[in-house]
Design a protein around this ligand. Structure first.
Ligand code: AMP
Length: 395
């Protein structure tokens, strides 16, 4: 990476501001999934080991749209983080202003404080200069480790980087290493698996990957739109009629590089309790039925295609994995990735649903890298430059 990172600076005695991604799912006062909190710990410990004067953490949570929304307070995160760090984490109920200033001043040596949701201020998402300057007063050095928001130009990432010395944290560095460096110059065979609901949100990533991969394996709802573009009757399946022309163009461009499922699990309703069966991909769907997962022959075919790959990247579930009846395809692919990792492949799972599926399958520690950012990981796969990364100091 051509950007400065925490490894390039010394933090001893310094007030350090750290932008983390603590945008975690909450159930009332409880953190439902603390993956993103755990992912921030290595950078936090790296800085604390050097004995800074203080460490000031900031993050957004949800979309409060510039207002104070009590349900989107970061307060529940502080005790969870304190447990992982084995030390106190103070909490300030505003990210700027006198209250936060005096709490930061009162911290003991190397004390840690988490500031309230940056998006409680409208200036955050507007990348407002003035708001960024108020945030900048807290620290002497700025470290950005929030990969999940790196595709957004907001005050607490891009704005801060423009008004003070800014470097990447270890998580941001690792995400870039896997999702950009590895994929730009991949070990081959290089395979991609794409799924999820729609083609339309992933046109750019399909086009970018088609230029690079040896094979692109398609599953999920997006496969239905490709089938419909080929003239197959998909009955009640999720099909994007407005994306049919694009799907046809992509198929023509892709030739043999793009593979579609050879069988699917179809159901008579969008319901876990629906009647369901396997249908060959050559056949039209009976009226009133819909395709909700890839079938077992497709899992076998994709496993054979992926066998021996050196680099595999996966984004988007193979079916409606939230319902157990239609989760076999997604969990099957997760297992194939775990097997190929054990055989020496570098396996990369984009954030969001496929990351959640790998966690649910209990295979997270058998994958080379699971991204903490959905949108940001897609933009990297598309070959785009992330604004928060571009704003960091060059090496
Ligand atoms: P995305 O955000 O585009 O990655 O889409 C993820 C969503 O796609 C998940 O909530 C899945 O339930 C859904 N999905 C996957 N396969 C299908 C399908 N065959 N029909 C309808 N929804 C699907």
């Amino acid at each position: 990476m051509n950007k400065m990172t925490v490894r390039d600076l010394s933090f001893a005695g310094k007030r350090v501001s750290l932008r983390v991604d603590f945008n975690v799912p909450l159930d009332g006062p409880n953190v439902v999934d603390d993956t993103r909190i755990r992912a921030a710990v290595p950078t936090i410990e790296f800085i604390l080991e050097q004995g800074p004067r203080s460490l000031i953490l900031m993050s957004h949570l949800g979309r409060p749209k510039g207002r104070r929304v009590p349900e989107l307070s970061l307060a529940p995160v502080a005790p969870v983080l304190a447990q992982y760090l084995g030390r106190d984490v103070a909490f300030a109920d505003d990210c700027i202003g006198r209250g936060a200033d005096s709490m930061i001043d009162a911290l003991p040596r190397s004390g840690v404080i988490l500031l309230e949701n940056t998006r409680f201020h409208a200036g955050e998402t507007k990348n407002d200069r003035d708001f960024a300057r108020q945030l900048a007063r807290h620290g002497e050095i700025f470290v950005n480790d929030a990969f999940g928001t790196a595709h957004r130009a907001h005050a607490s990432n891009v704005g801060l980087s423009e008004v003070m010395t800014a470097v990447a944290g270890l998580l941001l560095e690792k995400e870039i290493d896997y999702l950009s460096t590895t994929i730009e110059d991949p070990q081959r065979p290089f395979m991609a698996i794409l799924g999820g609901a729609k083609v339309s949100g992933k046109i750019d990533v399909i086009e970018a990957l088609l230029d690079k991969v040896d094979k692109l394996l398609v599953g999920g709802g997006m496969a239905n739109t490709f089938f419909a573009a080929q003239g197959r009757d998909m009955a009640d399946s999720l099909v994007e009629s407005e994306a049919l022309d694009i799907a046809r163009d992509l198929l023509a461009k892709a030739g043999n590089t793009l593979l579609l499922p050879i069988d699917q699990r179809i159901a008579d309703a969008f319901d876990n309790g629906a009647t369901h069966r396997i249908l060959d991909a050559a056949a039209d769907l009976p009226s009133g039925w819909q395709s909700l997962d890839i079938g077992p022959a497709t899992i076998d075919l994709y496993a054979r295609e992926l066998s021996g790959a050196k680099t595999i990247v996966w984004n988007g579930p193979m079916g409606v994995f939230e319902m157990p009846a239609f989760a076999a395809g997604t969990f099957g692919i997760a297992e194939v990735l775990a097997n190929e990792t054990a055989k020496g492949a570098t396996t990369i799972v984009g954030g969001g649903d496929s990351a959640a599926a790998v966690e649910q399958a209990g295979l997270a520690d058998q994958i080379s890298h699971i991204s903490t950012g959905g949108g940001a990981s897609l933009e990297l796969l598309e070959g785009k430059t992330l604004p928060a990364l571009a704003a960091l100091a060059d090496r």
